[in-house]
Design a binder for this molecule. Structure first.
Ligand SMILES: *Cc1c(COP(=O)(O)O)cnc(C)c1O
Length: 353
C-alpha cells in the first residue's frame, strides 16, 4: 500500500483475468477465446485502416459501427451503445443504471467482474445462490432491488436460461433495469433482443471477443431502449469520448457484416463442444449442459486443483476457480479446435490412468 493511494484504491480488490502466458505452443483453453481467427473481411478492413487518417480522431459517436450492429439485430442505431470491450460497457452500466439505494442482484456463481464494479463504484449488491443444479431461478430474484444482472448462458457454468424465464422476470420486475450479459449467447442460448420493444428496462450486453473472434480488438456493445442507451452515452462522454479507435471501428463493422463466416465458425465450436462433452463424460467427468464456448465439468475422483496442475505440466491451460468452494472441483475448459480438444482428452486419459 502506498501513502499516495486514494482511499478508493486502497479498498479495491481488482478482477484477475485469465492468464495470457508468454510461452508459445501451449494449448490455451483458459479464457474462452475463439479458436478460429477473425473473419478475413475484418482482417482486410483492419489493414485498410493503416494510413494517414490515423492522425485524426475517430468518430466519437461510432455512427457507422452502431448502424451495422443495429442492422444485424433489426434495431435502430439509437438503441445501440458501443465501447472498448463489453467489460467497459458493463462498467458504464453499473455506474449509470445499477447504482441505486437498493442492492443490485446477481448469482453467487457468475462473472466475477460484477462484484468488482460494485466495489469500485460503491454499489450495494446481493448474491443470489444458484440452484443445486447450478441454475438461475427467476423466483429467487423477485424482491426489491436496484437492478438485476446475469449472463445468459451463465459463466462459468455455461448453463442457459430459457427466454420464457427471462421474459417472466421482465414482467415481474418493471421498476429496475435487468441486464442480460449475452457474451456467449451465439453458441446456443436464446437471445433476448426481441424483448427490447416490450420491455424498456431490458439492457442486453454483448461482445465481439468470443463469437466474433476479436478479443484482441476490444469491442463490446449494449442493446436496449434509447433511454437506457442515453445513460451509457452520458457516462462514456464523462469518461472517454473516444473509447474505440479507428481499427476497432473498422474491424468490428466488417466482422458483424460477415454473417456467413460468423455462423460457420459458431457452428464448428458447437459441434466440437458436443464431442468434447461426450469424451469428458466417458472419462468420468460430471459435465454441466453448456450453451457456451466452454464446458464446466468436474471429475468423480480427481480434484480440480490437481487436474489443472497436471494439465499445465503437459502444456494445456484450463481455468480453475478455488472460490466459492462449491465450484472448486470444476474445470472451465474452453472449446478449442477438434485437434486441441483431442490433445486435452489424450492428456486427461494419461493423467487419470
Ligand atoms: C468475456 C466476458 C465478458 C467481457 O468481454 P470483453 O468484451 O472481452 O470485455 C463479459 N461478460 C462475460 C460473462 C464474459 O465471459
Amino acid at each position: 500500500m502506498s501513502r499516495f493511494w486514494s482511499e478508493v484504491v486502497q479498498g479495491l480488490t481488482p478482477y484477475v483475468p485469465g492468464e495470457q502466458p508468454k510461452l508459445a505452443n501451449l494449448v490455451k483453453l483458459n479464457t474462452n477465446e475463439n479458436p478460429y481467427g477473425p473473419s478475413p473481411r475484418a482482417l482486410a478492413a483492419l489493414r485498410a485502416e493503416v494510413g494517414d487518417t490515423l492522425r485524426l480522431y475517430p468518430d466519437p459517436n461510432c455512427d457507422s459501427l452502431r448502424q451495422s450492429i443495429a442492422a444485424f439485430h433489426k434495431l435502430k442505431p439509437a438503441q445501440v451503445f458501443v465501447s472498448n470491450g463489453s467489460d467497459e460497457v458493463l462498467a458504464h452500466t453499473f455506474l449509470g443504471l445499477l447504482k441505486h439505494d437498493q442492492p443490485v442482484l446477481f448469482p453467487d456463481i457468475t462473472y466475477s467482474f460484477y462484484p468488482v464494479y460494485c466495489r469500485l463504484y460503491g454499489i450495494a449488491y446481493k448474491q443470489v445462490p444458484l440452484s443445486e443444479s447450478f441454475e438461475i431461478r427467476i423466483d429467487d430474484y423477485l424482491m426489491p432491488n436496484g437492478g438485476i444482472i446475469f449472463p445468459n448462458p451463465n459463466a462459468p457454468t455455461g448453463r442457459p436460461l430459457a427466454l420464457s424465464e427471462v421474459e417472466r422476470l421482465l414482467r415481474a420486475n418493471t421498476g429496475s433495469v435487468v441486464v442480460v450479459d449475452e457474451a456467449y449467447v451465439d453458441f446456443g442460448a436464446e437471445p433476448a433482443v426481441g424483448l427490447i420493444e416490450r420491455h424498456p428496462q431490458l439492457l442486453i450486453v454483448r461482445t465481439l471477443s468470443k463469437s466474433h473472434s476479436l478479443a484482441g480488438l476490444r469491442v463490446g456493445y449494449a442493446l436496449g431502449d434509447a433511454d437506457l442507451i442515453e445513460a451509457l452515452r452520458r457516462v462514456k462522454d464523462s469518461f472517454n469520448s473516444y473509447p474505440l479507435d479507428r481499427f476497432a471501428l473498422a474491424g468490428a463493422a466488417a466482422a458483424i457484416e460477415d454473417r456467413a463466416y460468423f455462423e460457420r465458425t459458431c457452428a464448428r465450436v458447437i459441434a466440437t463442444r458436443t464431442r468434447l462433452a461426450g469424451d469428458l463424460a466417458s472419462l468420468g467427468f460430471d459435465v454441466l449442459p453448456s450453451a457456451a464456448n466452454f464446458i464446466f465439468a468436474k471429475h468423480g475422483k480427481q480434484g480440480g486443483t490437481e487436474l489443472a496442475a497436471s494439465l499445465r505440466e503437459r502444456g494445456i491451460i484450463v481455468r480453475h476457480f478455488t472460490n466459492p468452494p462449491r465450484i472448486a472441483q470444476f474445470l472451465r475448459i474452453t472449446v478449442g479446435t477438434d485437434a486441441q480438444c483431442e490433445v486435452l482428452i489424450t492428456a486427461l486419459r494419461a493423467i487419470l490412468a
